[in-house]
Design a protein around this ligand. Structure first.
Ligand code: EPS
Length: 392
């Protein structure tokens, strides 16, 4: 791995930390590059009370000087404002107050397997880290990966195509970067106005019924060079790397590329993207992108399209049946403040995870201790591959 990152932090602890290694030197950054994405992640119809408390912003601890990366590890910290309300319950050190333990695991959450695995007798020791609050730290480092990719001509966008039972219609034309311009103005990050209205109503109706909702988001990666990833090794394949990154996001249960699962129901002649002479950057063109920009575990120069499926959040205001781990008796699962739908935010997190995979794939193929070296290597490779299909 050429770009590595890790995160730390509990949901109601003092804060979150992210460290990213391998970012080349000479990448120009502004605080807005990071904080704007942190703000986008906090939005979306269906968020709960917590988002009124937090106003996420990253403090740079290392790796950036006067707005430029140094090539050294970049460490970021983001405070949890809510810690002020949890200081006794989440204090790193013993406190005098009596702090009640949580004994009621939520079906669908990490709670039960987490206490079994780590030998805890308090579910809070699991749920605090399993919480999707952690995605704040991923978005912070993902924003740096995005800025690097932008320098290389790569743009990443996302939108929501399903919330609960409401599906957005398929776009008539392949989406372009400009089609995403207003997506963050939509409270559900949906590109279709009528669907947006139905999605909002669906969230409101289900919230009133004490329900939560899942859905589907799509990530589009524009301007990717052909040949990232590799068919030569199982773990070099870019689909596998992206699938791990997307499925590592809390509550994600499925991932697809291009037409994904829908490809299974059509004959081969309709499933693949034919090539025709002339046009395009490399001496040929295609008229479809069923493959979602990936063939043989490598990017093929078309827009990369990734779909992520998010399950309904498992914290319910109408709790499900569970067991009390202290008594073994039947009980209702833990009831906590929660969001009712976070698919719009999950799309922003998926942009970050996608950026981290692609930044790593670019560095793997092109190297570069400074951004100028990476760009020079890409330019040389581009010059070679534009000639790989002979133009008559
Ligand atoms: C979450 C529960 C809620 C969400 C949280 C994820 O937090 P709380 O328990 O404080 O109400 O708001 O998400 C975030 C804090 C965030 O920043 O996205 C959970 O159980 O996963």
């Amino acid at each position: 791995m050429h770009l590595r990152f890790t995160t730390a932090g509990e949901s109601h602890g003092p804060g979150l930390i992210a460290v990213i290694e391998g970012v080349p030197a000479g990448l120009t950054l502004t605080p807005g590059d990071i904080n704007d994405d942190l703000a986008r992640r906090q939005l979306g119809h269906g968020r709960g009370g917590r988002m009124k408390i937090e106003k996420d912003a990253a403090t740079v601890v290392s790796g950036i000087r006067h707005g430029s990366t140094l090539g050294s590890p970049i460490a970021l910290s983001i405070a949890n404002r809510d810690y002020a309300n949890w200081e006794e319950r989440m204090n790193p050190w013993p406190v005098e107050a009596e702090v009640a333990a949580v004994h009621l695991p939520r079906p669908g959450h990490a709670d039960l397997a987490g206490v079994q695995k780590f030998g805890h007798d308090d579910v809070r020791n699991v749920l605090e880290r399993a919480s999707a609050r952690e995605t704040t730290a991923r978005v912070a480092v993902g924003a740096i990966a995005k800025a690097f990719l932008r320098e290389l001509g790569v743009e990443i966008r996302s939108h929501v195509t399903r919330i609960g039972a409401v599906d957005a219609p398929a776009p008539a034309q392949p989406l372009t970067v400009a089609d995403f311009d207003g997506v963050d103005d939509s409270p559900v990050r949906c590109l279709d106005k009528e669907t947006e209205r139905l999605m909002i109503r669906e969230i409101d109706d289900q919230r009133k019924a004490n329900e939560s909702l899942g859905g589907i988001f799509e990530v589009h990666v524009f301007g990717v060079i052909p040949g990232l990833g590799s068919y030569t090794t199982w773990d070099g394949r870019i689909e596998g790397r992206l699938a791990q990154a997307i499925c590592s996001i809390q509550a994600i249960k499925g991932v697809g590329f291009g037409d994904g699962f829908d490809l299974t129901g059509i004959p081969g002649s309709q499933a693949h993207d034919e090539m025709f002479p002339g046009g395009g950057e490399y001496g040929f063109h295609r008229t479809s992108n069923h493959a979602g920009g990936i063939e043989g575990g490598m990017t093929n120069g078309e827009t990369v399209v990734i779909k992520g499926a998010m399950k309904p959040l498992p914290t319910l205001t109408k709790p499900l049946q569970s067991i009390d781990i202290e008594t073994g008796e039947a009980a209702q699962a833990l009831r906590e403040r929660t969001d009712s739908c976070t698919v719009p935010a999950a799309g922003v997190v998926a942009e970050a995870m996608t950026a981290l995979v692609f930044a790593d794939a670019y560095l793997e193929k092109f190297g570069g201790d400074c951004v100028a070296d990476t760009k020079a290597a890409i330019a040389a490779y581009h010059d070679r591959i534009v000639k790989s299909v002979k133009v008559s």
